[in-house]
Design a binder for this molecule. Structure first.
Ligand code: MGD
Ligand code: MGD
Ligand code: SF4
Ligand code: MO
Length: 913
């Protein structure tokens, strides 16, 4: 499908989270000029969050992969090449390796951010053409425990509920999900539900006091990893207090008696200490769930990213089966998908452990059926490697070539040092990416430029099984091509070399790929044989099942109490249930006394290849830090703001220390977003463990044992400069990243709104040779040869420079003494008149002189650029939420900042006299 005409509006979807918001892309002359929520899309009815609403700001070419690039020898840089050479080389290398070492010597590692059509072609390529099950996706790090949890209890990977159930529930159990930040538009719907029904109760289970937890009437701030104990104890209470739906258990389930026998051990009194919550709260949580007319649970990575993630999922689903809270309006176990098309990947079966349409690669019958449908002799029997094992196999040399698409494993996999070694060691790494500046791109022998958001055509399926058309508004930049088309082209070239027919990859267009995909779902639990691109064009987004002949989608599964198991009954399944429950994948000891958890920020997306290009999205959390509870500062003799070494069994990183009351004592929190592109080290995943769930193979990314010690890095420096635009900022950041690892600590960031300001903070031991700084000075325009104001004191190792243009400070470099750096960066970003500042430029003062202060601090409201400082000022003067909204506009557009505004008002408001 061709991008729409010169000027216009195109309906598509947001490319970030699994909420799956529909949006309207405004474009003119081949450029995207704006986005707004699609009022008709049933996921969001016109709303977008901070990330969706700024998508148009990411549509330039900043950081994009524009041309195929090939490395001819290991140490040579990649150079531009043409598509034919690129794909012929790749097909040749793959064919050689397959012929010499067999099909399992190659692997495909793909992504829940691909469209269904992209996913489909990769899966067919791996399984039907190459003949390997070595195809896995980043969904392994994300949803695989939910997939296995559903399958082992409900019989198939079917999310039973819909967003509309939020308004119909009278109890919500939100577990291991920071919905307020990770699924903001779902959270807006939760806020609506509570407004409409003040009796709606909300329980949140999370070791951190997140903004989601603050919204709850009951927050169970459990010890990390103790979910399984908690849900079993809740079931114990349901049994004890006879809050069960005995008819439902008898008629529609199997295995309850066996599980009940085990529950004896899990009385609230027995587990309370381990869970770190009061037994009374566990009882209360169970009662709310059991007594509700309709209870809906929602969960995400707090449950899934665990070495017993499948057991966590099953234990939560058991609560629904025991009470009959499933298959009814407002009720059901609703796993929130993370990525925009994680669900599509599950339908396509493009993970090592699943085949198309929820078929099972361990089943000979399913394999035979797939072989027949694909017209090949057989589908391989040998199990495929799941993500963590796949990178182990690369490191061991068993897998020699890997084709990576739409994911950034050098940033997002656990135990990163190993993963990065593996990528270094692999014989041939193909990376199909929209951006050229990701961490993984550094390891690619071949970079294939892919079309990105706003440029692609196909379909995605969101958390509630809703399939939406993704439509292109503009043509891709440079020579980038759509993923499915690149992959099919590669497949045809590989087929020729392997002496196999290439015709099975001759798709006329993406609609034809989709048609083939849905044909494989006929008669399956996820039957969507009635869907096509044409039907979606005509009817808009639709929820599966949607069998041939259907006229409407299916909002709710299992309404008749019949489950897709052999006997039609759901299972109470002790799947992946550890015999001895170890909450953590590794012990906390005196040497490693902190439990580290990792996760998401409100305004950033994973490795930040896209969101990180938008300066204003950095405003909410300006830099990478590790946060602990304030009591731990006192206990460990640490200071807020100081640089600390965070040391784990697998590596160590250095970050500034911050305090957060929401982090429980003894725990620590690092956002997952920052990696080697912005830090002197590879980020949080240097520390995380590759321990995996035995059933789902999902790694336990949520807990690692670490120690936190002061880092003795007394030499400090900071650079900042105004870039012309996002493009130039990305170029500078790319030029600087090679310099980061030379420092004990270094962090690149962006600030500003209309014009991006690139900022680099660094620290090291004394003395630091001047020549190390020269390449950095050159990027920031602060070199000796640049027109800079300068103060240097060689004896004290201080060298400060500033570049001023008329009334504006354009660039700054402080080395040896940096007290004023932060507020001067604010002044640069705000475009503060430099006149009155001149005498202060090189002064060692940590706060701006009176009257010269920019209304500073973090940006809370991203839509209107309202800072925390401005909000607190108003609240101190007596403003409530409504006054803030009318005075400052904050919280009146996308609503992502509403939970935070409520908190500031609540905690900062003067106590009533
Ligand atoms: N802004 C933003 N939104 C996103 C994404 C993003 O990158 N940025 N990514 C998307 C993706 S792919 C995903 S998978 C989702 C993830 O969405 P979420 O899972 O909601 O996000 P996380 O922050 O990873 O983790 C959720 C919570 O799990 C808690 N947790 C840690 N350990 C435990 C535990 O033992 N038990 C329980 N009950 N909770 C625990 C953490 O404290 C955290 O608050 O977000 C999606 N949405
Ligand atoms: N410590 C820790 N680690 C985690 C997690 C955690 O909670 N803690 N969460 C895990 C989870 S749930 C997830 S989902 C993963 C996410 O981890 P990744 O998948 O590595 O994260 P992204 O940065 O979203 O990577 C997607 C890449 O695809 C590129 N891209 C975007 N659009 C397209 C396209 O259309 N085509 C192609 N070819 N490329 C495109 C982007 O530029 C980006 O580099 O991280 C996991 N890692
Ligand atoms: S909630 Fe935000 S990030 Fe998620 S799909 Fe909607 S606009 Fe995009
Ligand atoms: Mo995810």
């Amino acid at each position: 499908m061709k991008p729409e005409a010169a000027r216009g509006e195109t309906r598509s979807t947001c490319c970030y989270c699994g909420t799956g918001c529909g949006l309207i892309i405004e474009h003119a002359a081949g450029r995207i000029t704006g986005v707004r929520g699609d009022p008709d899309h049933p996921a969001n009815f016109g709303r977008l969050c901070t990330k969706g609403a700024t998508l148009h700001l990411t549509s330039g070419t900043a950081g994009r992969a524009l041309y195929p690039e090939l490395r001819t020898s290991r140490d040579a840089p990649r150079v531009r090449t043409d598509w034919d050479t690129a794909l012929d080389t790749a097909a040749g290398r793959f064919a050689d390796i397959i012929r010499e070492h067999g099909p399992d010597a190659v692997a495909f590692y793909i992504s829940g951010q691909l469209l269904t059509e992209d996913y489909y072609v990769f899966n067919k390529l791996a399984r039907a053409l190459v003949g390997t099950n070595n195809i896995d996706s980043n969904s392994r790090l994300c949803m695989s425990s939910a997939v296995a949890g559903y399958k082992n209890t409900l019989g198939a990977d079917g999310v039973p509920a819909s967003y509309e159930d939020l308004a119909l529930a009278d109890h919500l159990l939100i577990a291991g999900s920071n919905t307020a930040w990770a699924h903001p538009v779902v959270f807006r719907r939760i806020e609506d539900a509570r407004r409409a029904n003040p009796d709606l109760t909300v329980t949140v289970v999370d070791p951190r006091r997140t903004e989601t937890a603050e919204f709850a009437d009951l927050h169970l701030q459990i010890a990390p990893g103790t979910d399984l104990l908690l849900y079993n104890a809740m079931l114990h209470v349901l049994v004890w207090e006879d809050l069960l739906d005995r008819d439902f258990i008898r008629e529609h389930t199997d295995g309850f008696d066996a599980l009940r026998a085990e529950l004896v051990e899990y009385s609230p009194g027995n587990v309370a200490a381990a869970c770190g919550v009061d037994a009374a709260d566990i009882i209360e949580a169970a009662r709310r769930f059991g007594r509700a007319g309709a209870a809906l649970s929602m969960w995400c990575q707090g449950l899934n990213q665990s070495h017993h993630g499948v057991a966590n999922n099953a234990a939560l689903i058991h609560l629904h089966l025991a009470t009959g809270h499933i298959g009814r309006p407002g009720a059901g176990p609703f796993s929130l998908t993370g990525q925009p098309n994680a669900m599509g990947g599950r339908e396509v079966g493009a993970l090592a452990s699943i085949l198309p349409a929820h078929r099972d690669p361990r089943s000979a019958e399913d394999r035979a059926e797939m072989a027949r449908l694909w017209g090949v002799e057989s589908i391989p029997e040998a199990p495929g490697l799941a993500a963590v094992g796949l990178f182990d196999a690369i490191l061991e040399g068993k897998v020699k070539a890997v084709y990576i698409a739409c994911t950034n494993p050098a940033q997002s996999l656990p135990d990163l040092t190993r993963v990065r070694d593996a990528l270094e060691k692999a014989e041939f790494v193909v990376l199909q990416e929209a951006y050229a500046d990701t961490e993984t791109a550094e390891f690619a022998d071949l970079l294939l430029p892919a079309s990105g958001w706003g440029e692609k055509s196909g379909t995605v399926t969101n958390s509630e099984r809703r399939v939406t058309r993704v439509r292109p508004a503009i043509a891709p930049p440079g020579e980038a091509r759509p993923d499915w088309a690149i992959t099919a082209d590669f497949a045809r070239r590989l087929a020729t070399r392997l002496g196999k027919p290439e015709s099975s990859f001759d798709f006329a267009d993406e609609a034809a790929v989709f048609a083939e995909h849905v044909s494989l779902t006929r008669g399956r639990d996820c039957d969507m044989s009635g869907l096509s691109h044409a039907v979606l064009e005509a009817q808009g987004p639709l929820q599966w099942p949607f069998p041939a002949g259907a006229v409407t989608g299916t909002p709710r599964l299992f309404t008749d109490g019949v489950f897709p198991t052999a006997d039609g009954r759901a299972r109470f399944a002790k799947v992946g249930f550890p015999t001895r429950h170890a909450p953590l994948p590794e012990p906390v000891t005196a040497r490693r006394p902190f439990i580290l958890t990792t996760g998401r920020l409100r305004d950033q997306w994973h490795g930040m290849s896209r969101s990180g290009k938008v300066a204003q999205l950095w405003g909410h959390t300006p830099r990478a830090e590790i946060a602990v509870n304030p009591v731990d500062l006192v206990r460990r003799g640490l200071d807020a703001g100081q640089l600390v070494r965070v040391i784990g069994e697998r590596g160590e990183i250095v970050l500034p220390l911050a305090t957060d009351e929401g982090v429980a004592p003894g725990q620590a929190w690092i956002p997952m977003h920052w990696g080697a592109a912005t830090l002197a080290h590879a980020g949080a995943n240097v520390l995380t463990s590759k321990a995996v769930d035995p059933v789902s193979q999902q790694p336990a990314l949520k807990q690692a044992a670490v120690s936190i010690l002061p880092a003795r890095l007394d030499w400090r420096a900071g650079w900042a400069a105004v870039a012309r635009d996002a493009e130039q900022a990305a170029q500078w950041m790319a030029a600087l990243r090679g310099q980061l690892a030379q420092f004990g600590y270094a962090a690149l960031s962006l600030t500003g709104r209309d014009q991006p300001v690139v900022v680099l903070r660094a620290a090291n031991g004394w003395p630091l040779p001047q020549h190390l700084l020269e390449p950095i000075d050159a990027v920031f325009g602060c070199a000796d040869s640049d027109p800079v104001l300068r103060l240097s004191d060689a004896r004290r190792g201080i060298d400060k420079r500033a570049r001023v243009d008329g009334q504006r400070l354009l660039a700054l470099r402080l080395a040896g003494e940096v007290a004023a750096f932060d507020w001067l960066v604010d002044a640069i970003a705000d475009g503060t008149d430099v006149g009155p500042l001149r005498p202060w430029l090189f002064a060692p003062v940590s706060a701006p002189p009176q009257g010269l202060a920019p209304a500073g601090g973090r940006t809370v409201c991203n839509c209107f650029g309202v800072t925390e400082g401005a909000i607190r000022e108003s609240v101190a003067a007596g403003a409530d939420l409504e006054t803030l909204q009318s005075k400052l506009n904050c919280g009146t557009s996308c609503g992502s900042c509403l939970p935070e505004l409520r908190r500031i008002v609540r905690t900062a408001a003067p106590a009533p006299a």
